[in-house]
Design a protein around this ligand. Structure first.
Ligand SMILES: Nc1ncnc2c1ncn2[C@@H]1O[C@H](COP(=O)(O)OP(=O)(O)OP(=O)(O)O)[C@@H](O)[C@H]1O
Length: 532
C-alpha cells in the first residue's frame, strides 16, 4: 500500500478544470460521501426519497454500495488503481450509477482533469473524520481494515492509524499543553482550555481520562474510587505510574553532563564522592555545599544529577529561584516541587498529602538538590523536613533519612523579609535552623569562573567574607584598577563603552564578542542612553 505522508489539507477545493470533449462527460466535481462501517451511505438524495419508507430504501438492491465501498472494489479489480488516492479517483474512473448497479468504471482517456471532493467533516465527528484524513493520504485500500493497517499491524481505530502514520498530533502534545497551563492558568481558564481541547483538538476519551487520573493523583486521590470508565492502560505511556515519578524518570541525561564527573576539581570531587556514598548506601545524609559565586556548585550538581539518573535512580533538582532551577536539567523551583505553602511560619509542613504523587516521588527519590537554599527562609526547608519525616515514617531522622543536598552562598542574597530588621533577616536564614548542625558542610573555595583572573577571584572572596573592603559604613570601595573613572564629562560614557566593548565597530558582527560582556544599569533611562 502506498502511503503519502503529507499534511492534511484544510480544503480539497481546487479550481475545476473543464473537461475537454469526451465521450464520458463528467462536468461537475464529484462529491464523495464516505461511509465508515458504522455510517450509512449518504448517497440517497433526501428530497427524492422524501415520504418513502426508510426500510424500503435500505432493502433496495445496491443500497449497501457507496462510492467508497466501490472504490475498494475497484482497487481489488484493477492493480493500477492502487496508487491512486480516493480523492483523485475521478481522474481515472467515472462513477456509474444506474437503477440496478453502481460502480467505478475505468476512463477510456486517462488523466482527465476532473477533481473529486470528499465531503468535509469536523474533528468532533470522531472516526468519520479520521477516516477522511486517511483516505486523503493512503492509497490502495481494498477494505476498511486496510486503512487501519500500519506496518502490518491492524489498529483498533482510524484515529490510531492516522496518529501512527503521523497525520495527526498524538495526545501527548495536548497533555503537554495542559501540563504547562496547569502551572499558570486560573481554574476557570483551565476548564475552558480543557473543553476547547475536547471540542477542537481530536483528544481521545482515553487521553481525557488519563489527564483526569493524573490530576487526581497529584491531589492524592485514585481515579478508581470515582464512577468513571476504565483507562485503557495500553495507550498510557506512563502505565499508571504517578505523573510526578513518570516525568522525573523520563528526564534524559545530557551526554555532555555524563563527562562532568571526570572534570571535577579536588574539592568538588571530594563533595561528589561523599554525596554519592550516601546515595549508594541508602543511609541518606544531609549536605550543605558552601561556595562563593563561581566555585562550581552548579557544575557539581549537574555531575551528581547525571550520575544518579544515569543508573536509573530518581534525582530531584530544585532551586529557590526559577532562573537557577532552569540551569539544572529537570529543575523546578523548590516551592513548586515540594508544594511549600506561601505563608511561612515555624512548624509548617508542605501541602502535599501522604498519598499524593509528590509524596510518592520524594519516597522514590535517591537524591534531592535544593540550590540557593541560603536565599529561602529556614521555615521552608523545615517544612520539607517535617513532611519527609512524615512520609518516610522516620520521625527521628532529618528529612526522613533521604539524601538531600542544599547549596548556596551566604555572601550573595539572604532571604527577603519585607521591611525586616537585620536581626529578623538573620533569624530567617538557614544558619539559624535546628537543621544547620545536622548538615555535613562541604566547602568549595576555588573560583572556577575567574580562573584566569586570580586577583579578582580573591578580591570577590574578601568582599563576600566582609573583610577589609568594607569601610564600616556598609559601603564597599572598589579598587581603582577595576573602575572606569567618572569625571562628569560627556566623554565618560564613551570611555565606559570602549572599555567594556573594545573596538566595537570592528567586532559588532562577532556574536562571541557581543554576548560575552555586558553593561548593567539599575534604570531603564540609563539603559536607553547607553544604547543610543
Ligand atoms: N571542574 C570544573 N572544570 C571546568 N569548569 C568548571 C569546573 N567547575 C566549574 N566550572 C565552570 O566555572 C563556571 C562557574 O561554575 P558554576 O556556575 O557551577 O559556579 P556556581 O558556584 O554555581 O556559581 P554561582 O554561585 O554564581 O551560581 C562555569 O562556567 C563552569 O562551567
Amino acid at each position: 500500500m502506498h502511503i503519502d505522508h503529507g499534511i492534511e489539507e484544510q480544503t480539497q477545493e481546487q479550481p475545476l478544470i473543464e473537461e475537454p470533449e469526451d465521450q464520458e462527460p463528467d462536468p461537475q466535481p464529484e462529491e464523495y460521501p464516505q461511509a465508515a462501517p458504522d455510517f450509512a451511505s449518504e448517497e440517497a438524495n433526501p428530497s427524492e426519497e422524501e415520504g418513502q419508507d426508510i426500510q424500503k430504501i435500505l432493502d433496495r438492491e445496491g443500497a449497501e454500495k457507496s462510492m467508497l465501498t466501490e472504490y475498494f472494489e475497484a482497487n481489488k479489480k484493477y492493480l493500477e488503481a492502487r496508487d491512486i488516492l480516493y480523492r483523485d479517483f475521478p481522474w481515472y474512473f467515472t462513477w456509474q450509477k444506474c437503477k440496478m448497479t453502481k460502480f467505478w468504471q475505468k476512463r477510456k482517456r486517462e488523466g482527465v482533469k476532473q477533481i473529486g471532493r470528499i465531503i468535509s467533516n469536523h474533528p468532533a465527528e470522531g472516526e468519520r473524520y479520521f477516516l477522511r484524513v486517511l483516505l486523503n493520504h493512503v492509497a490502495g485500500a481494498t477494505l476498511f481494515e486496510d486503512l487501519r493497517t500500519v506496518d502490518g499491524e491492524i489498529l483498533p481505530s482510524f484515529r490510531e492509524a492516522a496518529e501512527r502514520i503521523g497525520l495527526i498530533e498524538a495526545d501527548n502534545t495536548l497533555d503537554d499543553c495542559l501540563t504547562k497551563a496547569e502551572t499558570f492558568q486560573m481554574p476557570s481558564a483551565l476548564r475552558r482550555l480543557f473543553a476547547t481541547i475536547l471540542v477542537h483538538c481530536e483528544a481521545s476519551n482515553n487521553m481525557v481520562l488519563i489527564d483526569i487520573r493524573n490530576m487526581l493523583q497529584s491531589m492524592g486521590k485514585d481515579i478508581k474510587s470515582y464512577p468513571l470508565p476504565e483507562i485503557d492502560e495500553e495507550h498510557d505511556s506512563s502505565h499508571g505510574v504517578d505523573r510526578e515519578i513518570y516525568e522525573e524518570s523520563i528526564i534524559e541525561v545530557d551526554p555532555d553532563h555524563e563527562t562532568l564527573a571526570a572534570l571535577l576539581n579536588a574539592e568538588q570531587m571530594s563533595a561528589y564522592d561523599e554525596i554519592l556514598a550516601a546515595v549508594d548506601s541508602g543511609e541518606g545524609g544531609v549536605f550543605f555545599v558552601d561556595g562563593p559565586g563561581g566555585t562550581g556548585k552548579t557544575f557539581l550538581y549537574k555531575a551528581l544529577l547525571a550520575t544518579v539518573r544515569g543508573v536509573g535512580k530518581i534525582a530531584v533538582a530544585t532551586a529557590t529561584s526559577g532562573v537557577a532551577a532552569s540551569i539544572m536539567p529537570g529543575g523546578r523551583t523548590a516551592h513548586s516541587r515540594f508544594k511549600i505553602p506561601l505563608t511561612i511560619y515555624d512548624g509548617l509542613s508542605c501541602s502535599f498529602t501522604k498519598q499524593s504523587g509528590t509524596a510518592q516521588l520524594l519516597k522514590e527519590a535517591s537524591l534531592m538538590i535544593w540550590d540557593e537554599a541560603t536565599m529561602t527562609r529556614r521555615q521552608a526547608v523545615e517544612a520539607l523536613d517535617n513532611s519527609t519525616r512524615d512520609i518516610m515514617n522516620a520521625p527521628d531522622r532529618p528529612f526522613g533519612g533521604k539524601t538531600v543536598v542544599f547549596g548556596g552562598d551566604f555572601r550573595q542574597f539572604l532571604p527577603v523579609i519585607r521591611k525586616g530588621s537585620r536581626a529578623q533577616i538573620v533569624d530567617a536564614s538557614l544558619r539559624r535552623s535546628y537543621l544547620w548542625e545536622s548538615m555535613r558542610h562541604l566547602n568549595l573555595v576555588r573560583n572556577m569562573r575567574a580562573q584566569s583572573d586570580p586577583w579578582f577571584a580573591e578580591y570577590l572572596l574578601r568582599v563576600g567574607n566582609g573583610t577589609k573592603e568594607d569601610g564600616g559604613d556598609g559601603y564597599i570601595r572598589l579598587p581603582d584598577e577595576i573602575c572606569v573613572p567618572y569625571t562628569g564629562k560627556d566623554t565618560d560614557l564613551h570611555r565606559l563603552i570602549e572599555d567594556v566593548f573594545p573596538m566595537l565597530d570592528d567586532n559588532i558582527t562577532d556574536p562571541d564578542h557581543i554576548t560575552s560582556r555586558v553593561i548593567l544599569s539599575k534604570r531603564n533611562d540609563c539603559v536607553d542612553r547607553i544604547n543610543m
